[in-house]
Design a protein around this ligand. Structure first.
Ligand code: ADP
Length: 175
């Protein structure tokens, strides 16, 4: 069965799902933006577990518990910094989404929420990133038999929200 795809404008730390995705940095030791919000909401035990992970390479992902968050897991992925688009940024962002879905599946997470990875401090253009986000997930779902029930794309600003809504509407028209 295909999971429900939802678009929300929300604070990802408040969402009750099995796993939320963190747009982390290579150290996995916290930072600004969504990363900072997730660490604040999860509490200090998250940082403790992250210290044991020895960082994470760009385009990959690692999983921890969610501690004080309503979600059971946090999947930390490191998106690419945008350097103009000719440094493999697209492939690295696709890889983030795939790695997160693989980890979620391996840990039997059935509901997942993604923030717009790389579109904050890392500077990836919001429209391109939204396209990659939706396409990577759709591709993954057509390639693998999963038992995901719900996949949520969480926007934190209206531009990103509208971009997701537009892309989902376009996809629905094609179906
Ligand atoms: P990156 O370093 O990958 O660019 P950022 O955290 O700077 O990560 O931004 C990634 C996206 O997460 C941006 O679209 C930003 O607006 C959004 N964001 C920031 N805080 C939150 C939050 N609490 N919940 C959901 N999304 C958030």
């Amino acid at each position: 069965m295909r999971p429900i795809i939802e678009i929300l404008m929300a604070d990802i730390t408040k969402i009750e799902v099995d796993a939320i995705i963190n747009a982390a940095n290579n150290s996995l030791l916290g930072g600004g933006g969504v990363d900072g919000a997730i660490h604040r909401a999860a509490g200090p035990e998250l940082l403790e577990e992250c210290r044991s992970l020895n960082g994470c390479e760009t385009g990959f992902a690692k999983i921890t518990k969610g501690y004080n968050l309503p979600s059971k897991f946090v999947i930390h992925t490191v998106g690419p910094v945008w350097f103009g688009g000719t440094f493999g940024e697209e492939d690295l962002l696709i890889s983030c989404y795939e790695e997160c879905l693989q980890l979620a599946f391996a840990n039997r997470a059935k509901s997942i929420a993604f923030p717009a990875i790389s579109t904050g401090v890392y500077g990836f253009p919001a429209d391109q990133a939204a396209f990659i986000a939706l396409n990577s997930v759709t591709e993954f779902l057509s390639r693998y038999e999963t038992d995901f029930e719900k996949i949520i794309f969480v926007a934190y600003d209206i531009k990103t929200y509208e971009e997701y809504v537009r892309l989902v509407a376009d996809n629905d028209e094609e179906d």
